[in-house]
Structure formats: structure tokens, C-alpha cells
Ligand binder design. Structure first.
Ligand code: NDP
Length: 332
């Protein structure tokens, strides 16, 4: 038996409870499970987990569901030639916690193709301090650099800077020599953002209201975690030839923008998905983040909660009350 956070649908409401599950109920290869059984040490709460656990958006596709889009742990048994008992592994995305049981549990059975080896220089706990959020921040920075953005081009804006993706984006960009401007609705956290590497802070409200289709050219590039009017305003204030890596929807899924910045300033809107990124890029992103972000920074962005406290923490996350990352100790 193992402990899991389980989501059930009751009268159109999502109900979360801690349950004791028989290992035999773990999905096997035919039904979305897999060939590697992992003893999970830590999971984490991302924005999407918040949506799933509170039922605020239709993240969960089959019921009942163990949420948790990522986890880190140790292989217990494996019929996959790439993994043996004792290997330390990380999983994020591939529909975990959405279409098949995810990481907010003490065990998971998954296809080996969905796993990567834990980078040797971080612990399973640090991997979940990074989590999908940190890994997505790295994908955003890599997308900007692949587009040709470099530190000498000028200021780079990060929206939703106090969140998980935002905090890591600030830290990674600053480490790579960019001058980072952090946009936040919590200016009282400015000192924390400066410690992560932000050179300056802008108030979220200056970006979140409807704006003109073309505005003063301010940013060479941006990482946007927020979407909606914020992303429209970011596009409208990118410098000629600039680019924004768009990964989030914390303000909204809409994009009330015009084509003006694209056709008059040649700016680029680079979409970033983390869930189905091919394995080689995934390994490279995890390695880069483990190598570049100091362990002290990784530790500083994270707080830890026990599995039973995950639903309450998920609600706080959606209310925008969480700073940085929430690690879930599934064995506490
Ligand atoms: P968090 O909840 O940790 O951070 C979101 C941040 O957005 C908040 O901390 C807050 O930052 C800001 N924010 C919240 N509400 C609003 C609002 N109404 N208007 C403007 N800003 C707001 O989430 P994550 O960092 O985990 O994820 C950020 C976004 O990226 C989410 O939308 C998530 O779904 C998405 N995401 C997408 C992925 C992908 O594959 N594309 C992968 C991972 C995440 P502040 O207080 O500083 O203003």
C-alpha cells in the first residue's frame, strides 16, 4: 500500500483526499502506466497542479486521478533496459497528473521514456524545488537565445516574477549576464527579486490593463508567464526585432493584441510548451539549470509542505500568495 493525494469528481466538484492505495491499482503499461515503478521522494506544486487540485480548470482528463505533473525519486523495479533499481530519476509532463496518475503520491508506475536521470549534482528535493517551473524557465531562456537574443541587446522583462517560472527566469537570465527587469504585483518582494538577480522592478499594474497596439520600445526580450493584456502590452513594447517567450496564462488565456508589433517592428512571439518537449532537449534543459543555478538559489526559492497540506497550498498558489516554489514531501 502507498499514500496518495486522490482527486475524485463529485457532483461536478473536484474533491481531494489522502488515500491509501494498493500498488496493484497503479496503471500498467496498457492503460497509461508503464515499465518503471518509482518510489517517489518529492513532488511539487505548479500552477497547473493548483488548477487540477482545486478543479478551477479542466486539467484532469480521467477520474479518479492522482495529481502532480512532476516528481523525483528512486527506481524500485524496472523492466525497461535503461533503468535499474536504485537509479535516481525525474519526471515532468507527458500528461502525468492529467491523463495518467502523477507525482503527488509515494509511488508511480510510468513509461521509462518519460523519465530522465536525475542530474548528478542535485538531490531529488532540489530537483523538485526546480520542478516543471524551473525547467520551463530554462526552456524560455533557451528559446530567446536560439532566436538570437543576447545580453548586449538590452533589458529583458520577466512577468509574474515572484512565481515559480518567473523566479527561475530572473535567476537564469541574470546568471547569463542579462539585465533583468522583474514585473510583479507584489512590489513588497522587490528585495527578494533583486537577490535573485533583478536589476529593476516594474509594477504588474503598468502592464495588465488594455494598452495601445504600439508603445514605447522598452525591452529587447521578455519571458511572459501571464498572457492576456500583459502579453499584448509586452509585444507592443518590445524593441525592433525583439522577442518574447510566452509560457503562461496567470492573468488569462486570451491575447487581446494587434499584429502591429509583428509587422511593423518584426518582433517574435515564441511559444513555449514544457509537457511534450522531446527527450534530448529536456535532458539539456535540466542539465543547464542544475549546472547554472547555485544550490543556495534553488533552496532559497522553495518552501516544503507535507502531502496532506498540498490542497491548501494549491489554493494559496492560485490566489497568488505563494513566493517561488512549493516542494511536496510525499513521505511526511
Ligand atoms: P505561479 O503561481 O508560481 O506564478 C504565477 C505568477 O503570476 C504569480 O506569482 C504572480 O506573480 C503572477 N500572477 C498571478 N495572477 C496574476 C494576474 N491575475 N495578473 C498578472 N499576474 C499574475 O505559477 P508558475 O510560475 O508555476 O507558472 C506560471 C505560468 O506559466 C502559469 O500560467 C502556468 O500555467 C504556466 N506554465 C506553463 C508551462 C508550459 O509548459 N507552457 C509550464 C509551467 C508553467 P507576481 O506576484 O510576481 O505578480
Amino acid at each position: 500500500m502507498f499514500k496518495a493525494l486522490m482527486l475524485d469528481k463529485q457532483d461536478d466538484r473536484t474533491v481531494a483526499s489522502i488515500q491509501s492505495i494498493d500498488e496493484a491499482r497503479l496503471p500498467s503499461s496498457g492503460d497509461g502506466g508503464g515499465d518503471v515503478l518509482v518510489r517517489i521522494e518529492f513532488s511539487t506544486l505548479n500552477y497547473k497542479d493548483g488548477l487540477a487540485i482545486t478543479g478551477k480548470a479542466p486539467v484532469v482528463r480521467t477520474w479518479p486521478m492522482v495529481p502532480g505533473i512532476d516528481f523525483a525519486g528512486v527506481v524500485e523495479t524496472s523492466s525497461n533496459p535503461d533503468y535499474k533499481p536504485g537509479d535516481k530519476v525525474v519526471l515532468n509532463g507527458w500528461g502525468a497528473g492529467e491523463t495518467h496518475w502523477g507525482g503527488l503520491a509515494q509511488k508511480a508506475r510510468v513509461p521509462g521514456d518519460h523519465l530522465i536521470a536525475l542530474p548528478a549534482n542535485i538531490t531529488t528535493r532540489q530537483a523538485m524545488a526546480i520542478g516543471t517551473a524551473g525547467y520551463t524557465a530554462m526552456l524560455c531562456v533557451q528559446a530567446l537565445e536560439k532566436h538570437g537574443v543576447s545580453a548586449k541587446d538590452g533589458d529583458v522583462l520577466v512577468t509574474g516574477a515572484n512565481g515559480g517560472v518567473g523566479s527561475f527566469a530572473v535567476a537564469i537570465l541574470a546568471k547569463r549576464g542579462f539585465r533583468v527587469i522583474a514585473s510583479t504585483g507584489r512590489p513588497e518582494e522587490a528585495a527578494r527579486l533583486r537577490e535573485l538577480g533583478a536589476a529593476d522592478i516594474v509594477e504588474r499594474a503598468t502592464l495588465s490593463e488594455p494598452g495601445k497596439p504600439l508603445q514605447k520600445e522598452r525591452w529587447a526580450a521578455a519571458v511572459d508567464c501571464v498572457g492576456s493584456h500583459t502579453l499584448a502590452n509586452v509585444c507592443a513594447s518590445l524593441r525592433y526585432g525583439g522577442a518574447v517567450a510566452a509560457c503562461g496564462l496567470a492573468q488569462g488565456m486570451d491575447l487581446p493584441a494587434s499584429v502591429a508589433p509583428f509587422i511593423l517592428r518584426g518582433v517574435a512571439l515564441l511559444g513555449v510548451d514544457s509537457v511534450y518537449v522531446p527527450r534530448e532537449r529536456r535532458i539539456a534543459a535540466w542539465k543547464a539549470i542544475a549546472d547554472e543555478v547555485p544550490v543556495a538559489t534553488i533552496e532559497s526559492v522553495a518552501t516544503t509542505v507535507a502531502l496532506a497540506d498540498a490542497p491548501e497550498a494549491a489554493a494559496r498558489l492560485l490566489r497568488g500568495e505563494v513566493k517561488g516554489r512549493v516542494i511536496v514531501d510525499v513521505n511526511a
